[in-house]
Design a protein around this ligand. Structure first.
Ligand code: 3PG
Length: 217
């Protein structure tokens, strides 16, 4: 059982992909998501406020499992860990990221207990990730590269790999993904769409999280 499996025992299998523009939104948003049963929160490093949001949530919302998203290089990987990120998500996988992930996970003095979820979009990238020791991968941008059909096709050659599809996942189609046997969880931005954050509509964020139901199969 992996760390991600452990975390998902205590959370709905949907990871919101979050863009924080205003740091004051971070904690009330995280509390709303956790109240709705969604505990794994991916804060993207697409905005200045991203790292500060990770730290703020880590301190104020202990029930949340906070990760960093859109991590594209080793420097951002380290900054995310320093800010308190428990998991790191990348849209892709580079030699630099492989080296960094292996380095932080094997460092004897201060082994990082977190999870690295690299992104893949082709069979060759799945093979590179597997060779580097990663068997739980983000599939990105899932709907644009084949969606459920692609993931079904990958189940044959990559039977030991589990995927977290993101990109084009919505309230209308997430269950189709979650019902696939090689899908461990899914990610999407609709739970925390910009208008809800700007309006500070935490009740709606909570109800969107509450409405998520786990896979049927
Ligand atoms: C991601 O980084 O995973 C995507 O930006 C999320 O895609 P979505 O906005 O289509 O949910």
């Amino acid at each position: 059982m992996t760390q991600l499996d452990n975390w998902l025992e205590h959370s709905k299998p949907l990871i919101p992909v979050i863009v924080i523009d205003d740091i004051r939104h971070a904690v009330p948003m995280a509390k709303a998501l956790v109240a709705g049963g969604v505990h794994l929160l991916e804060i993207t490093l697409r905005t200045e406020a991203g790292l500060a949001a990770i730290s703020a949530i880590k301190q104020a919302v202990p029930e949340a499992i906070v990760g960093a998203g859109t991590v594209c290089n080793a420097k951002d990987f380290q900054c995310a860990i320093d800010a308190g990120a428990q998991f790191i998500v990348s849209p892709g996988l580079t030699p630099e990221l492989i080296e960094k992930a292996q380095q932080v996970q094997s460092h004897l003095d201060d082994p990082w207990q977190g999870v690295f979820l690299p992104g893949v979009a082709t069979a060759s990238e799945v093979m590179v990730a597997q060779q580097a020791g990663f068997t739980q991968l983000k599939c990105f941008p899932a709907s644009a590269i084949g969606g459920e059909k692609l993931l079904k096709a990958w189940a044959g050659p990559f039977s030991k790999v589990q995927f977290c599809p993101t990109g084009g996942i919505s309230q209308d189609n997430y269950l189709g993904y979650l019902n696939l046997p090689n899908v461990i969880c899914a990610g999407g931005s609709w739970l925390t769409e910009a208008s809800l954050l700007n309006d500070e509509n935490w009740a709606k964020v909570e109800s969107r999280a509450r409405d998520i139901i786990p896979a049927i199969s």
